[in-house]
Ligand binder design. Structure first.
Ligand code: ADP
Ligand code: MG
Length: 589
């Protein structure tokens, strides 16, 4: 397939506004040509001055020419502004359409892939890439049209007045072009990519570094954590220096070439005037000296264009990375869950190709059962829970909720059917009321209060003067992990889904909080199917069944009593657990 140009890819987003983009080029180019007219008036002024010299009082037209030059300069500016207005209208529309397209696509992605990709990175792509597309269309392309028109206009001007001087002024221009194309060749593009990558790595690592400051402070790991950041700075330094060095020589010659027009002109002037000075020639020489700096200016502008082009290419590639992420498959044959059971049939799932997090796993949880998943860390417990709520789809096998493959359930129905309270309970920066109401947007305040009280949250509400209107995350409002989880449980109670998945918090600061979370959870579990990921065995004793997961396999299952007697992995875990509780009691006594 032929690679589409950046421009045609961007214009594909323009819709009806495409014409404005083209119009902006025409206007910019026109303004550039009109901007050359004042130079012609300057030439006329020079002509008159030289004609009447030394009796300058005779010059009559000078003021008129001066004003005409001003008039055309202003006219050119106005047309340029008109062009920019067109280009901005189109550019804003295109940037908006890119954002809409990205956001629509992101909405179809599995939540798990978004989390893996990183929401910060996604946000940056949405904001920055469409931003650079906008700058490119709004400013850079009209300027490109302008630069090319200026170049063409200048060429004509230079050759019309005195073709010999014109050709001479072109020598440095051609030299400049040759050097410039050397600078922006293949190897340079590669260096720029390396340089840009190093810059992005350094920026990313800086963010990580700042984020990690609490950990760094807690564990005193200053030197260790600084190492990676330092490495990226050094890599950046390396590429920045390589890039600069690469450019040093050609840049020097380029600058020399485009600024050396005077030298050529002066030498020519000396040569051509050996046999006496002609007015006409002097006039043109002065005029050329005035006009040639415009050439170097235009050249520099054209040179910067290729850099902009590379930035846009990069932006479009980043957009593609997002658009190429596979959406969550949706089946047109929507069905409704029959009950509150959960079933896995030969499920295999891996986050990447290297290793499966779950392998050929099958199990059935009946309506109303309370089951617990236990096992060593990394065994696949969290992964299993995320498959049930479709954060990911398994590579092989099926997940059924209420007897229906989750791929045949609409997103809304699945969410209505399953509630989950995960370790990081993910409260948003809103009032407690609104946070709970996320479970059921049309709930009355009384219903919310009921849910909060069932989830043992009254002590939290009473702690703050604003009560349920307290905004979480504002100054002075601090909620402990256990408190956050209780509010998340209140949300799940309000939502009233028949299946509950709970990834139990690993640690509580105080036993009081722990017992309240337990009580809240017991309330939530009433009459529902409960899937619990347990980190402490104290919570699994009453489960109808316990599954032991290890390295993606189901190694044991049964009731607590059965498993203790089985002399397997669970038996060892149970012994460890009992030792730890005895130790705790001994400490407290
Ligand atoms: P558990 O919850 O039992 O501790 P997990 O389900 O979190 O186990 O992890 C199971 C396996 O999958 C582990 O090997 C873990 O390293 C891997 N894993 C978990 N989450 C991710 C992820 N987002 N990307 C890649 N690998 C992951
Ligand atoms: Mg886990």
């Amino acid at each position: 397939m032929e690679k589409q140009s950046n421009l045609s890819r961007l214009l594909a987003y323009a819709g009806k506004h495409k014409i404005l983009t083209y119009l902006s080029w025409v206007l910019s180019a026109g303004s550039a040509l009109i901007a050359l007219v004042p130079f012609w008036y300057i030439w006329r002024i020079l002509e008159e001055v030289l004609e009447v010299a030394p009796d300058f009082g005779q010059a009559e037209q000078i003021t008129y020419y001066g004003w005409m030059a001003v008039l055309f300069a202003v006219l050119s500016m106005l047309i340029y502004i008109g062009g920019l207005m067109c280009s901005h209208l189109a550019a804003f529309r295109i940037a908006t359409n890119i954002r809409i397209r990205l956001i629509h696509h992101i909405a179809t992605l599995p939540l798990g892939s978004i989390e893996q990709f990183g929401s910060g990175k996604l946000r940056r792509i949405i904001a920055e890439t469409s931003g650079s597309a906008e700058t490119y269309l709004a400013h850079q392309l009209p300027d490109k049209a302008k630069a090319f028109a200026t170049t063409a206009g200048l060429l004509i001007l230079l050759l019309v007045f005195d073709w010999r001087l014109g050709m001479l002024s072109l020598v440095p221009v051609i030299l400049g072009f040759v050097i410039m194309s050397k600078m922006t060749g293949e190897s340079m593009q590669q260096k720029i990519t390396e340089y840009q990558n190093a810059l992005a790595d350094m920026a990313g690592e800086a963010v990580e570094y700042v984020r990690g400051i609490p950990v760094v402070k807690t564990f005193g790991q200053t030197v260790f954590s600084f190492k990676r950041f330092k490495k990226t700075i050094e890599a950046y330094e390396k590429w920045a220096i390589a890039y600069t060095k690469e450019l040093r020589t050609p840049m020097m010659f380029y600058t020399l070439a485009i600024n050396s027009v005077f030298v050529f002109l002066i030498i020519a002037g000396l040569l051509f005037t050996r046999n006496g000075v002609e007015n006409e020639f002097l006039l043109n020489l002065i005029f050329y000296i005035i006009i040639t700096p415009v050439i170097s200016l235009t050249l520099s502008k054209i040179m910067r264009q290729s850099e902009n082009e590379m930035i846009v290419t990069d932006a479009l590639q980043r957009i593609d990375v997002v658009l190429d992420m596979p959406p969550l498959a949706s089946d047109a044959h929507l069905k409704h869950p029959k009950d509150a059971s959960v079933e896995l049939e030969n499920v295999t799932f891996g986050y990447d190709d290297s290793k499966n997090a779950l392998e050929n796993l099958s199990l059935k949880i009946k309506t109303g059962e309370t089951v617990a998943f236990v096992g060593p860390s990394g065994g696949g417990k969290t992964t299993l829970a995320s498959l049930i709520v479709r954060f990911f789809d398994p590579q092989e096998g099926k997940v059924l909720v209420g007897g229906v493959d989750v791929r045949n359930l609409s997103k809304e129905e699945l969410m209505d059917h399953v509630s989950f309270v995960f370790q990081n309970s993910q409260l948003i920066k809103a009032s407690i009321l609104d946070n709970v109401r996320l479970g059921k947007p049309n709930a009355t305040e009384a219903e919310v209060m009921q849910a909060l009280s069932a989830a043992q949250c009254m002590d939290i509400i009473e702690k703050f003067p604003a009560g349920i209107h307290t905004v979480i995350g504002t100054k002075g409002v601090y909620l402990s992990g256990g408190e956050q989880q209780r509010i998340a449980i209140a949300r799940a109670i309000l939502k009233n889904a028949p299946i509950i998945i709970l990834d139990e918090a690993t640690a509580f600061a105080d036993p009081d909080n722990e017992s309240r979370v337990q009580a809240a959870f017991t309330e939530l579990a009433k009459g529902r199917t409960v899937i619990m990921i347990a980190h402490r065995l104290s919570t699994v004793i009453n489960a109808d069944r316990i599954y032991v997961l290890k390295e993606g396999h189901l190694v044991e299952q049964g009731t607590c009593r059965e498993l203790i007697q089985a002399e397997g992995l669970f038996t060892n875990m149970w012994k460890d657990y009992q030792r730890s509780t005895q130790w705790k009691v001994a400490k407290e006594v």
